[in-house]
Design a protein around this ligand. Structure first.
Ligand SMILES: [Zn+2]
Length: 93
């Protein structure tokens, strides 16, 4: 397993992180974090753990993207069309 993924697993096992927090903590681009997350999700399953996603939320109206399966931040709110979306956060439980 590449070191970066192990570092992501270590961090997410300690507390919740957003992709931006992870990218700053590990000095990699946010885009790269998103590319690693599906692999991280698969690899923790084998350890009987789960990568939990705290869903993104619209800052303007409070809409929660509960059914979203992707890891990235949605571009805008389906309810009020606002583009200020609080990014999803992740945690390994
Ligand atoms: Zn909204």
């Amino acid at each position: 397993m590449p070191t970066i993924r192990r570092q992501i697993i270590d961090l997410l096992s300690q507390r919740k992180y957003g992709a931006r927090d992870l990218s700053q903590a590990l000095s990699v681009r946010e885009k790269e974090i998103y590319a690693h997350l599906p692999h991280v999700a698969r690899s923790v399953i084998s350890k009987k753990q789960c990568l939990q996603i705290i869903p993104p939320r619209c800052i303007s109206c409070g809409y929660v993207f509960k059914t979203r399966k992707r890891f990235t931040r949605p571009s805008r709110c389906p309810r009020c069309k606002d583009e200020r979306i609080k990014e999803p956060r992740y945690q390994i439980l």
